[in-house]
Design a protein. Structure first.
Length: 93
C-alpha cells in the first residue's frame, strides 16, 4: 500500500493488526516522491517516526534514511516524501 499509513500493530488488534501489550499504534508506509500522508494525534499522545529509506519532511523538517524523530503535543503530523521512502510511525501514550 503506497502513500497511506497501514496499521500493523495495536493494543486492541484493530483492522487486522498484530496485538501488542502496549499503548501504541504502529503504522508502516511507503511513500512515492512528492506524495504525502497526515496523521491526527489525540491530546497527550507522542509520536516517533523512524525513516527506513528515502527522505521526508515531517512537519516541515527534513529527515534522511536512518533518522528518527520524536514529537510531543503535536496535533497533526504532516509527512511529505522528497524521495521514494519507507517509514514506521509509532503513536504512543
Amino acid at each position: 500500500r503506497t502513500d497511506q499509513l497501514r496499521l500493523v500493530a495495536s493494543q486492541d488488534g484493530r483492522k487486522g493488526s498484530v496485538t501488542v501489550h502496549q499503548d501504541v499504534s504502529l503504522y508502516s508506509a511507503f511513500a512515492k516522491r512528492g506524495r504525502g500522508v497526515s496523521h491526527e494525534m489525540r491530546p497527550g499522545r507522542h509520536a516517533w517516526l523512524q525513516l527506513i529509506a528515502g527522505e521526508l519532511e515531517l512537519n516541515g523538517r527534513k529527515i534522511a534514511a536512518g533518522d528518527g524523530a520524536s514529537l510531543t503535543n503535536a496535533k497533526r503530523l504532516s509527512i511529505r516524501s522528497t524521495a521514494d521512502s519507507h517509514f514506521l510511525l509509532f503513536d504512543l501514550a
